[in-house]
Design a protein around this ligand. Structure first.
Ligand SMILES: [Mn+2]
Length: 324
């Protein structure tokens, strides 16, 4: 389903009119978000001759830094007349990342079901696997030719947000897109780039696997803040912990999976995945969001407290007997 108040002709008019564009990433940006920012930057530079600055409040994961070396973490907001929010799910999240945006044109591009459609213009396609698939649709509508730079980031975003084409968000449209772009890119290089992790990432996974639990049809794990501190003493960087839930998702006999990462003392980030159960509903109950089978939230509580709250929520009748 496409939720939008803007068509391509409007978007093109806006891009022609604006002078200086700021692209804003969601907190703890993932590859899909970062790749999409690069794609939009290429489009603005090459086809509209506009400057575009890439901004992320949080650091870029260190494995991917070389691809996004122009992402800045401070900006003077007065220098921009247009802000494009990339996968920033809600106005409150947007305000958390950047303020004093009153007089700017705000464009909101996303593919998350829970997007609250903030901004002057929004383009949210919840049937797309990734925000890069959304951009591909926009580019196709525009008739702008795709070059190998744009294809590289589009494909990397899609491959990464579909877990290497392993998730249910892969649609026939996704595959048609990849089929078209296949010959523009070095596939092996993209896969290698996505999968490359530093040694300490695997030490972090060792902790995650060590803590793993199974209760009924629920599999979950966590990393306490103390465990993170131990890893950080060895040089581990917290921005490198994206997508860890992928590592427990294929365990047999489970219906629901979650990971709780207490990244700061008393502050946890939670990812949920499921085969059928609506985890977006569970995440939004705790103030987060996402998709039906992949969602998340953050909470000012310790890992153990968050686990207790989730398990308590899952004891409700409507989640059936997944705990037994
Ligand atoms: Mn995405």
């Amino acid at each position: 389903m496409l939720k939008t108040n803007v068509n391509f002709f409007d978007l093109r008019r806006i891009f022609i009119r604006v002078k200086n564009v700021l692209l804003v990433a969601h907190p703890n940006p993932d590859l899909d978000c970062l790749c999409a920012m690069k794609v939009i930057q290429f489009l603005l530079n090459r086809y509209f001759a506009k400057k575009a600055t890439l901004y992320s409040k949080d650091p870029v994961p260190s494995e991917y830094k070389h691809l996004f070396s122009d992402v800045v973490n401070t900006v003077i907001i007065d220098n921009f007349d247009c802000i494009i929010a990339v996968e920033v799910g809600s106005f409150s999240r947007f305000s958390e990342v950047i303020d004093k945006t009153d007089s700017k044109i705000i464009i909101n591009i996303d593919h998350h079901f829970s997007n609250d459609l903030f901004g002057n213009y929004y383009y949210v396609d919840i049937n797309s696997s990734s925000v890069n698939e959304v951009l591909y649709d926009i580019i196709k509508q525009t008739g702008i030719p795709i070059d190998s730079d744009i294809a590289y980031y589009l494909v990397m975003g899609v491959i990464s947000d579909t877990g290497g084409l392993s998730y249910n968000n892969v649609g026939s449209k996704t595959l048609a897109m990849l089929s078209e772009l296949r010959n523009y890119v070095d596939w092996q290089d993209i896969v290698r780039t996505i999968k490359s992790k530093n040694f300490l990432y695997y030490k972090m996974l060792a902790t995650l696997y060590n803590n793993i639990k199974k209760e009924g049809k629920i599999v979950y794990s966590y990393i306490t803040n103390q465990e993170f501190c131990e890893l950080e003493k060895k040089g581990f960087k917290k921005e490198d912990i994206n997508n860890v839930i992928e590592n427990i998702f294929f365990i047999q006999g489970a219906e629901l999976f979650f990971v709780v990462l207490e990244v700061d003392p008393g502050y946890s980030r939670v990812s949920l995945r499921s085969k059928e159960i609506d985890v977006e509903e569970i995440a939004s109950y705790f103030g987060g969001g996402g998709h039906k089978r992949a969602a998340g939230f953050r909470m000012k509580k310790t890992a153990q407290d968050v686990i207790d709250l989730i398990l308590k929520k899952l004891q409700e009748d409507k989640y059936g007997n997944i705990l037994s």
